[in-house]
Design a protein around this ligand. Structure first.
Ligand SMILES: Cc1ncc(COP(=O)(O)O)c(C=O)c1O
Length: 272
């Protein structure tokens, strides 16, 4: 088994707390505490991806996402702390007064290319074209996929399961509930549970895609990691329970119901 190296950037282990909401008791793993400006799940994947970028001595990292992408923000902040420049390919409009994540992206000096929804379908082509332009100037770049979800990036969530198993007895839990977007968090947890010989459900709320598409993407990523790192694990696909009916108001829109919940826990309105 090959275990990849990582750079330590996140404040981990994150707290694992007992809590309650609407009369129900449950536990919460506060991955929003991974660091103020890096906060969230992305930094766990970036620890591995940026190790690789550093090893390849790149001048730039490229990544992609929506104009308020948590992942894009975490990427350019983490990369700039390592002296690597970022180029972001974002789906959205150039804003005169950028706020939220976009403001932070700009603060790090990231070079941002805005794409329309139609152009974003060809985002890979835009990235390759830009990579070639840089190559001609003898500058190296490393492409980080959407959400940092690659066979290497998902090690962040393989390790998350290891971290959690040191904080609690995971055999006593019926499952972990998480949002799923690019699928890497879920794929990492699927590999992580098999690696530790654990067998609990992964209840995943899809923020954008149908449950069928998400299932395919999660399994593809998890198996690619299983193969590329010679893990030889038997992954239990039956543990994937995906829900795709929770975002009736649409991606990025905030329904009043959501505001009620995030009054209790400060969670990302897109991904809670
Ligand atoms: C706060 C939060 N939770 C969960 C997710 C989903 O993670 P993944 O993209 O690995 O499926 C995201 C993705 O951006 C996120 O920002």
């Amino acid at each position: 088994m090959k275990t990849p190296n990582k750079i330590n950037l996140a404040n981990i282990p994150t707290p694992f707390l007992k809590t309650q909401f609407n009369g129900s008791k449950f536990f919460i793993k506060r991955d929003d505490y991974t660091g103020v400006e890096l906060s969230g799940n992305k930094i766990r994947k970036l620890e591995y991806l940026l190790w690789e970028a550093k090893k390849q001595k790149v001048d730039y990292v490229f990544t992609r996402g929506g104009d308020q992408s948590n992942h894009a923000r975490a990427t350019c902040i983490a990369a700039s702390s390592l002296g690597i420049k970022s180029k972001l390919f974002l789906w959205g409009n150039e804003n005169q007064n950028p706020d939220g994540n976009l403001f932070l992206d700009k603060l790090t000096g990231a070079d941002i290319k805005f794409l329309t929804k139609k152009e974003y379908h060809s985002v890979d082509d835009y990235m390759l074209e830009e990579q070639n332009i840089l190559k001609k100037k003898k500058l190296k770049s490393y492409i980080i996929p959407s959400g940092g979800s690659s066979p290497l990036g998902i090690w962040g969530y393989i390790n998350f399961i290891k971290e959690l198993s040191q904080q609690t007895d995971l055999t006593k839990f019926s499952g972990i509930l998480s949002a799923t977007g690019s699928g890497g968090t879920a794929a990492g947890m699927l590999v992580g549970q098999a690696l530790l010989n654990l067998n609990f459900k992964l209840f995943l709320v899809s923020v954008i895609e149908s449950k069928e598409i998400m299932r395919e993407e999660i399994i593809f990523l998890a198996e690619k990691c299983n193969y590329e790192f010679g893990l030889k694990l038997k992954l239990n696909y039956n543990n994937l329970e995906i829900f795709d009916t929770f975002s009736e108001e649409g991606y990025k829109n905030i329904a009043p119901k959501k505001i009620e919940v995030i009054k209790n826990f400060l969670l990302s309105p897109v991904f809670y």
